[in-house]
Design a protein around this ligand. Structure first.
Ligand SMILES: C[S@@+](CC[C@H](N)C(=O)[O-])C[C@H]1O[C@@H](n2cnc3c(N)ncnc32)[C@H](O)[C@@H]1O
Length: 353
């Protein structure tokens, strides 16, 4: 039930960009970190001195942050960290806030003018989305990440994005569906799981923690710029691979894609799938897609936010179960089960007979 009054909602929403801007300033000045360093409250002067900022300006910023609940005002000129400011001292909070404010928000702001310019047609060209208008560039989102110097922040944000939410192995019974039935006869060459476009490999790390006893190689694939940032590991192989080219690892037990297909319009998804299906062994290899499956009614804020984010950054979309099934069928795949989760689900598919 909505508790907020309509007038309050208008005030909150029209001033939202201002709150975001002060949050970004607080991160630049490490205000959340400065307050979190001690249990006692701090004065404006003390915070200003540590942050190397004008005390008059700092008083205005702290007053605003306290009014919006980012920090606590515990007395006259006394400010203290709270659970929200502490959240913005974590890697997840900092990387997500920086990525959103510095990169995504300009693209979100470009949505109205962009949609007007395309006469409100649903965008399907990844080279022509609000993000290209925002950055006045003809580069694709992933190229823009490199060009704007935000790639590492983005990958860190991705690694921590799901913290505190159910993850792949909370939804998908890997022992039952992957480990059972793994073909040991392939010896050292056998591949258990390929994480395609797996970023820094956080999902494979979690796989190893959760299933320490297993057979078969675990392989992380991503673009060169990303793979070059991944530290060496005993448990995971790393491989530069462009998923718009044929998959070089044949007959793996599973090809896992987390938050990949929602980045691309249908035609590019079909191209990616076209390069993976010839590598899949019928009746053995599984395609696992870990992405949002929109419900027919009552999509969550998180899911619809993500859908519009995909529109702005990639001319892409979140999909309903019917849309997923249709897409996979077009690529010669058969959905064997949808493991429902919130916010993301796992779609399990195999080559159609
Ligand atoms: C939204 S991120 C998801 C990363 C990871 N799977 C996760 O869930 O955290 C998309 C990933 O796709 C990778 N990517 C984009 N284009 C690619 C391509 N052509 N070939 C391989 N990886 C690509 C990006 O570098 C990025 O790591």
């Amino acid at each position: 039930m909505e508790l907020e009054e309509p007038g309050d909602k208008i005030d909150r929403l029209v001033f939202q960009p201002e709150e975001d801007a002060i949050l970004r300033v607080a991160l630049d000045l490490c205000i959340y970190g400065i307050l979190a360093q001690q249990d006692a409250a701090m004065t404006t002067g003390e915070v200003a001195k540590e942050a190397k900022a004008d005390p008059v300006l700092m008083a205005r910023i702290l007053r605003n942050l306290a009014a919006f609940g980012h920090i606590d005002e515990v007395g006259a000129d006394k400010f203290q960290a709270n659970k929200f400011s502490r959240a913005f001292t974590t890697t997840k909070g900092i990387s997500l806030a920086k990525f959103s404010f510095d990169f995504a928000a300009p693209a979100w702001r470009a949505i109205p003018a962009y949609l007007k310019s395309v006469q409100y047609m649903n965008p399907t060209d990844a080279m022509d989305a609000p993000v290209q208008q925002a950055f006045k560039s003809d580069k694709h989102f992933f190229g823009l990440l490199v060009e704007t110097g935000i790639l590492e922040t983005f990958q860190t944000a991705m690694s921590f994005y799901r913290e505190g939410r159910p993850e792949f192995l909370d939804i998908f019974p890997a022992e039952e569906r992957l480990i059972n039935g793994y073909d040991s006869s392939q010896g050292h060459d056998g591949v258990l799981l390929v994480d395609v476009g797996g970023g820094h490999g956080h999902d494979i790390q979690k796989f190893v923690e959760k299933i320490p006893a297993r057979e078969g190689r675990l392989v992380l694939q991503d673009q060169e710029d990303v793979i070059s940032q991944v530290s060496k590991s005993d448990v995971m192989e790393v491989m530069v691979h462009d998923f718009f080219t044929p998959q070089p690892l044949k007959g793996a037990r599973a090809y896992y894609f987390r938050m990949i297909f929602h980045d691309w319009p249908d035609e590019q998804c079909l191209l990616i799938l076209k390069h993976i299906t010839p590598a899949m062994k019928p009746g053995y290899s599984k395609l696992l897609i870990n992405d949002i499956v929109l419900p027919d009614v009552g999509a969550s804020r998180f899911a619809t936010q993500s859908d519009i984010n995909m529109l702005a950054l990639l001319a892409a979309m979140e999909r309903s179960e019917a849309q997923w099934r249709q897409l996979l069928e077009r690529a010669g795949l058969r959905v064997t089960k949808v493991w429902q989760g919130v916010p993301e689900s796992v779609i399990e598919a195999e080559v159609a007979e």
